[in-house]
Write a protein that binds this ligand. Structure first.
Ligand SMILES: [Fe+2]
Ligand SMILES: [Fe+2]
Length: 159
């Protein structure tokens, strides 16, 4: 049995993960517009991961017999002024998600909801990687390298 508050927060998180999925598709498309196929692929792959995060959560909700509907998904831009702006938006989104998982973990502890607390640990670890990836991309951009020439380096930066 998972706590009422955690049930609500986890349903909201399904929406946040699906919104992140949509936001990353938007970033991928902004790179597609510039023929930066490698950058586009990286964000397509990140988008798929976000959809998998949503699925991990709804599976947990169903396993725990929580009733829910899928939340609304936020609109997402497909153009950014610069590549840096796009990646900065992604980093800010990851930091927001980190905060959401921290809030859920705190709530789970307060509610004595050990099952949810345990479930959340995977996501808390995952956020370290997600933030590192986006910071590494910003470092790459800030090195001044041409974005096309940077493409072969991208794979080594995603953790
Ligand atoms: Fe996620
Ligand atoms: Fe993420």
């Amino acid at each position: 049995m998972i706590s009422e508050r955690l049930s609500r927060l986890l349903v909201e998180q399904v929406g946040h993960e699906l919104s992140a999925h949509q936001a990353y598709i938007g970033i991928a498309l902004s790179f597609e517009r510039q023929s930066l196929k490698g950058w586009a692929k990286l964000f397509h792959d990140q988008a798929l991961e976000e959809a998998q995060h949503a699925a991990k959560i709804w599976t947990f909700l169903i396993d725990n017999e929580v009733e829910f509907e899928l939340p609304a998904i936020a609109a997402a831009p497909t153009r950014y002024a610069t590549a840096r702006d796009a990646v900065q938006a992604a980093l800010e989104s990851e930091l927001r998600v980190t905060g959401q998982f921290d809030t859920m973990a705190k709530t789970a502890l307060t509610d004595g909801d050990h099952r949810s607390f345990q479930f959340l640990q995977w996501f808390i670890d995952e956020q370290v990687e997600e933030e590192r990836t986006m910071r590494a991309l910003l470092d790459l951009i800030d090195s001044g390298i041409n974005l096309f020439q940077a493409e072969p380096l991208l794979e080594g930066l995603v953790g």
